[in-house]
Design a protein around this ligand. Structure first.
Ligand SMILES: [Zn+2]
Length: 87
């Protein structure tokens, strides 16, 4: 197996989004904004995804992974939770 080959976009997205197949594409709730009507589309043929909802963003597997996993360093609120020290 080659490590250089990118993972299948459907497999990657399906780990974070409940995808439903619709013909040749997959549809699910956008993980990048709150919505009730699925407007997040995955195109296996092109190996790309796109949000037709509030985000209007699109990308490939790398873009999805980068967006779904924000770097901890950029989120100090999470790395430094309020601690009660009994003071
Ligand atoms: Zn969206």
């Amino acid at each position: 197996m080659s490590v250089a080959v990118q993972p299948d976009i459907v497999g990657v997205v399906a780990q974070h989004v409940d995808l439903r197949r619709s013909g040749d594409i997959y549809v699910g709730l956008c993980p990048f904004h709150a919505e009730r009507t699925p407007s997040f589309f995955v195109f296996p043929g092109r190996q790309r995804w796109r949000c037709f909802g509030g985000c209007g963003i699109s990308g490939d597997v790398s873009d999805f992974i980068a967006r779904i996993k924000p770097e901890p360093n950029r989120c100090p609120a999470r790395t430094n939770p309020p601690l009660e020290r009994g003071v």
